[in-house]
Ligand binder design. Structure first.
Ligand code: HEC
Length: 113
């Protein structure tokens, strides 16, 4: 019995640490709706000068957000899709306050749309 408890405890810990590492798409949804939807649209469909985000990979979203957060306009210019130009200054402040976890959560949510 003691042995079983020890195994259950050890595997419980593993599951908990895996969950801590995984991005939280529902937290990403809340943040997206509060801070991003006004420009990019409720379904991330884009509108006018605001790029469509739906259909993009989590990797592309997290990479772009990290560049905006770091103010790395040159790296954005190197990405496909004409980023980092005259509309850069409209987007950059929205990423400035994001944590790494926020960026991961946003990537998980937006890439699911
Ligand atoms: C005030 C309007 C506005 C808000 C709010 C806004 N964005 Fe943006 N976003 C833009 C504009 C404009 C661009 C294009 C910037 C450029 O050309 O570099 C952009 C670009 C992006 C890109 C790159 C698109 C691509 O093609 O890969 C991502 C990702 C992105 N925004 C995510 C977000 C997220 C996530 C939020 C919320 C935290 C957010 N944006 C909030 C206006 C906005």
């Amino acid at each position: 019995m003691k042995k079983l408890t020890a195994i259950a405890f050890a595997s419980g810990l593993t599951i908990a640490s895996m969950q801590a590492m995984a991005a939280d798409a529902s937290a990403g949804k809340n943040l997206y709706e509060q801070s991003c939807a006004s420009c990019h649209g409720m379904k991330a469909q884009g509108q006018g000068m605001f790029p469509k985000l739906a259909g993009q990979s989590a990797e592309r979203i997290t990479t772009a957000l990290t560049h905006y957060k770091n103010g790395d306009q040159a790296a954005l210019k190197e990405m496909e899709g004409n980023l980092g130009g005259s509309n850069y200054a409209i987007m950059a402040p929205n990423a400035a306050g994001l944590s790494e976890a926020d960026i991961e959560n946003l990537g998980a949510y937006i890439s699911s749309l």
